[in-house]
Structures are given as structure tokens and as C-alpha cells.
Design a protein around this ligand. Structure first.
Ligand code: C2O
Length: 534
């Protein structure tokens, strides 16, 4: 294994997109940012230096960070932000993972313009468990606002209402045409008769996205850096934070084919219907050739999302066995709600909030991991509820009359090495919507998912304990549920949150504390000495 060194300089950059110029925060002046390349077992060392006026942190989304919680990156969870003029070195080893992940800023909404790919190749001389591709390409889907993104968030926080939706989606940094501004979009150049591995990343802030290429089938081989049983599809579905590797065989006639990314919207508010386009361009295409088009999934194509999600099964081969916990030590039920709370400082008088088990998470002012390590009192309480305070019909037919939530910086302690099951129950209250949940520090197995209320007696009988997909982010369906399992074998403080940035802002987040089970004097991993202070 090797040590891979990277320098990330956080700098402002000017650029014109959608016929409008703005200055925005980037890593090394790039959008999308630089790619981290490594092999399984490599040690990755990234020095991040902050040259802008914003506080920053970087999260390595989906990297398990085995015993390196201090390098995980969420602001005020595992570290204080890197302030102007400061640097911090993230240092982690890639253990038991290969595939595509992403890194992104993990403070306010800076990840809009600070994100990039992490490409983890298998160990040297170990082949992929699928036909070797001729070439590999990275496709990063994002969202673009013409105005300053921090201003969009501040305006939303002050009003108490949802933020302005983005002006376009981007494919590798390029928006396609939007009304009033023509643009060619990104071009993916290919040669006929080859196989390409596309590493597709959804780095958007608030939109789940469909992705498709006219005239071509895609074979899905990996999700969130875990191998899956290959299957063919013409549409990929990705929640923010998710990654998918697909094989594309260029077996059609030489020409140009439309690539489209379009949002999935089940919410009644904040409609965002901008389809962004790119072009698949075969080598040797005549200049005046017309682009072959494709039909675009409708905004509310729920069946498509379900078919895609249901098709994902872990590879479960001899070389890559699925190690789903069969016996459960700790079992939690998390109900996800959106509520409305009175707000003195908001222009609307009320504000939208979001909660897990009725707790709207308040960010602390120093990091939870520091408070945990140094035993600083008064930063958090460890009484996060294991179950919702009220049992009701989550599907919205019979809503509780009190939608007020309780604010708190409350965490849940998981016993080291225990097997944990969490049922995440979505609701249809106020803003019925999917919630893509992301767990830091672990991959989880998706043993079950369904619509309606989770049934404690019947649903577990149908759990898949053989080849459930293993991933780090999965959408809890609108008025439905998912059941996930993992072994709490990684000590630290680990964030769990909705990866729609707007919902994180509204409080849809919480954290777990996992000690290392070695007794009070050995139960903590010491911080690096350049750890930023608040
Ligand atoms: Cu990709 Cu906590 O985030």
C-alpha cells in the first residue's frame, strides 16, 4: 500500500455559467474539485489550507474512517472549522472498500461548489468482479445557483421558509441550456465498440436525480463503493451523496446521443424541473449530425425510483461476502417529521423545522467529538430517544395535532461492537418527501424497505439477510420506511442526517457516540495536534 498526498487550497474563483458571472469558493480553483485517487489499503493524507473568509471543513463521504474519527470532517460534530489562514491535515486509511465515493465541504452550504470524486481502485493485481472496462470516466452531477449560495441559505433562515431552488443542474460542472441562456453542456467523448466504466456521483444539494443516455443501456456494478449483482437499466437514480458505477458499451451507430439528468420530485413544494443535458459523442461523428434524443422521466416517477432501488443487491460472492448482522443487540425506530415552529426573528413569524423522534438537532458551538474526548460538560446530552414519543399513523391519514418539536443537542450511545438495527420511518406530514439518510463512519445493510407504516410483527419476516445492498446513503421513502443494520465496530462520534442540505439546515440530523470498549482510560482516540479550535 502507498501513501497518497494531496494539497487542497480553498480559494475563490470567478466563473460564468448560465450567462451570469459570480465568485465562489472552490478547492484549488476547480469546479468540480480535484479527484482523489487511491487503492484499497492506501493511506490518504490531505492538507487543507483555507485562503477564504468562510470557515471550512471537508468530509470524505462514505470513507469508513476506521479509528480515524478526527478526520471525518463534519463541522461541530468531529471538528471545529478550519478558519481563514489555518490548515488541517486529514489522514485516513482506506479499509475494505473499492469503488467511487465523493468528498465535499461539510459546513453551511459550501458543498454546492466544494466537492469532487474519490476513486478507490482495487488492490494491485486484484481485478474488478466484472469485465474489465477499456476506459473510466467520472460524471459528477451538481446544482448551480446564479446568486451566492450562502446568501440563499441566509435568506431562507431569515424568512423561515424553503430556500430558492437552484437555477440548473450541472454535469461535470456544465449546465445545459436553460430558458434565456443557450449552452452546449458537457460532452462525453467515446469511441465505438468499447466498454466504459462511468463513475457517477450525485453532488447536488437538494435534488434526487435521474440519469440516462439515449439509445444505451447501462449495467450497474457498484453502489457507494460496494459491489452489487450487475443488472441492466436505462435510467439510474441517485440521491445526493450516492455514487454508482455503471458499464456503458458503445455499441450503437456512430453519432451523438443525449445525456440527461432530471430531478425526482415527490414534494408539493419547491418544484424544480430543470433537466440538464450533455452529449455522448462518438469519435468520427459528422459535424452536422443531429443528436438522438430520449424521453425524460417525469418529475414524480416514483415507480422508477422503486424499481431501481429494489434491483440493488450486494454481490455476495466468495471473494466479497455480505456480512449482514443476523442477531440484533440494539434496535431503534426513528420517525422523521417536518414541523412548523414559532420564530421571533423570522419574517414569516414561523419557521419550518425537521426532527427525528421529535428532536430538532441544534448544532453545538464546539465539536461533539472534542466535548466527548475532553469530557466537556454542557455541550450535549446522551438522551436521544430510541423511539418516537408518539405512535401514530405516519402516512398522514391521522396527523398528531401538535407538530411542535423539541430543540436539543442530544446524542445516542451505541455499545461498541453491538449489532444495530434502525428502522427509519418516513412520514407524510407537511412536506411529504423522500429523505436520503447518510450515516458517517459505517456502511449499512439495507435489510428491508416498504411503503406505509413499519409493521414490527410482519415486516421483519420479509427482511433480506442474504444479499442486502451495503451503502452509506439511502432514501427513506415518503410515507414509507427502510430498515438498516450495521455493527458498531468503529469508535467515535458519527453523524446521521438527511443529505438534502435544506433538511439538514432545518435540524434533520443527530449523532451517535461509540466508545471503543476498552474501558474508561483507553476509550478514546487522541486528536491530531493541528486540530482546529473553535
Ligand atoms: Cu455527505 Cu454528513 O455528509
Amino acid at each position: 500500500s502507498l501513501v497518497r498526498h494531496y494539497n487542497f487550497n480553498v480559494v475563490l474563483k470567478n466563473s460564468t455559467k448560465l450567462c451570469s458571472t459570480k465568485s465562489f469558493v472552490t478547492v484549488n480553483g476547480k469546479f468540480p474539485g480535484p479527484t482523489i485517487y487511491a487503492r484499497e489499503d492506501d493511506n490518504v493524507i490531505v492538507r487543507v489550507t483555507n485562503h477564504v473568509k468562510h470557515n471550512v471543513t471537508i468530509h470524505w463521504h462514505g470513507i469508513k474512517q476506521l479509528r480515524t474519527c478526527w478526520s471525518d470532517g463534519p463541522a461541530y460534530i468531529t471538528q471545529c472549522p478550519i478558519q481563514t489562514g489555518q490548515s488541517f491535515v486529514y489522514n485516513f486509511t482506506i479499509t475494505g472498500q473499492r469503488g467511487t465515493l465523493l468528498w465535499h465541504a461539510h459546513i453551511t452550504w459550501l458543498r454546492a461548489t466544494m466537492h469532487g470524486a474519490i476513486v478507490i481502485l482495487p488492490k494491485r493485481d486484484i481485478p474488478y468482479p466484472f469485465p474489465k472496462p477499456d476506459k473510466e470516466k467520472i460524471i459528477i452531477l451538481g446544482e448551480w445557483w446564479k446568486s451566492d449560495v450562502e446568501a440563499v441559505v441566509n435568506q431562507a433562515t431569515n424568512s423561515g421558509l424553503p430556500p430558492n431552488i437552484s437555477d440548473a443542474h450541472t454535469i461535470n460542472g456544465h449546465p445545459g441550456s436553460v430558458p434565456g441562456c443557450m449552452s452546449q453542456g458537457y460532452t462525453l467523448h467515446v469511441e465505438r465498440g468499447k466498454t466504459y466504466l462511468l463513475r457517477i456521483i450525485n453532488a447536488a444539494l437538494n435534488d434526487e436525480l435521474f440519469f440516462k443516455i439515449a439509445g444505451h443501456k447501462l449495467t450497474v456494478v457498484e453502489a457507494d463503493a460496494s459491489y452489487i449483482k450487475p443488472f441492466e437499466t436505462d435510467t439510474i437514480f441517485l440521491s445526493p451523496g450516492q455514487t454508482t458505477n455503471v458499464l456503458l458499451t458503445t455499441n450503437q451507430s456512430v453519432g451523438k446521443y443525449l445525456i440527461a439528468t432530471t430531478p425526482f420530485m415527490d414534494a408539493p413544494i419547491g418544484f424544480d424541473n430543470v433537466t440538464s443535458i450533455a452529449t455522448l459523442h462518438y469519435k468520427g461523428t459528422q459535424p452536422d449530425t443531429k443528436t438522438i434524443l430520449t424521453n425524460i422521466p417525469p418529475l414524480n416517477a416514483t415507480t422508477l425510483t422503486k424499481t431501481f432501488t429494489d434491483s440493488l443487491k450486494s454481490l455476495n460472492s466468495k471473494q466479497y461476502p455480505t456480512k449482514v448482522p443476523l442477531k440484533i443487540d440494539q434496535s431503534l425506530l426513528f420517525a422523521i417529521t417536518v414541523g412548523i415552529d414559532p420564530c421571533d426573528t423570522c419574517t414569516s413569524g414561523n419557521k419550518l423545522v425537521s426532527a427525528i423522534n421529535n428532536v430538532t438537532f441544534l448544532m453545538p458551538t464546539i465539536s461533539l467529538l472534542q466535548a466527548h474526548y475532553y469530557n466537556i460538560k454542557g455541550v450535549f446530552t446522551d438522551d436521544f430517544p430510541a423511539n418516537p414519543p408518539l405512535v401514530f399513523d405516519y402516512t398522514g391519514a391521522d396527523q398528531p395535532d401538535n407538530l411542535h418539536t423539541e430543540n436539543g443537542t442530544r446524542v445516542y450511545r451505541l455499545n461498541f461492537n453491538s449489532s444495530v438495527e434502525i428502522v427509519l420511518q418516513g412520514t407524510a406530514m407537511i412536506a411529504p418527501e423522500n429523505h436520503p439518510f447518510h450515516l458517517h463512519g459505517y456502511n449499512f445493510f439495507v435489510v428491508g424497505q416498504g411503503l406505509g407504516n413499519f409493521d414490527h410483527d410482519k415486516d421483519p419476516l420479509r427482511f433480506n439477510l442474504v444479499d442486502p445492498v451495503e451503502r452509506n446513503t439511502l432514501s427513506v421513502p415518503n410515507a414509507g420506511w427502510i430498515a438498516i443494520r450495521f455493527r458498531a465496530d468503529n469508535p467515535g462520534v458519527w453523524f446521521l442526517h438527511c443529505h438534502l442540505e435544506v433538511h439538514t439546515t432545518w435540524g434533520l440530523k443527530m449523532a451517535f457516540i461509540v466508545d471503543n470498549g476498552r474501558g474508561p482510560n483507553e476509550s478514546k482516540l487522541p486528536p491530531p495536534n493541528d486540530l482546529p479550535m473553535c
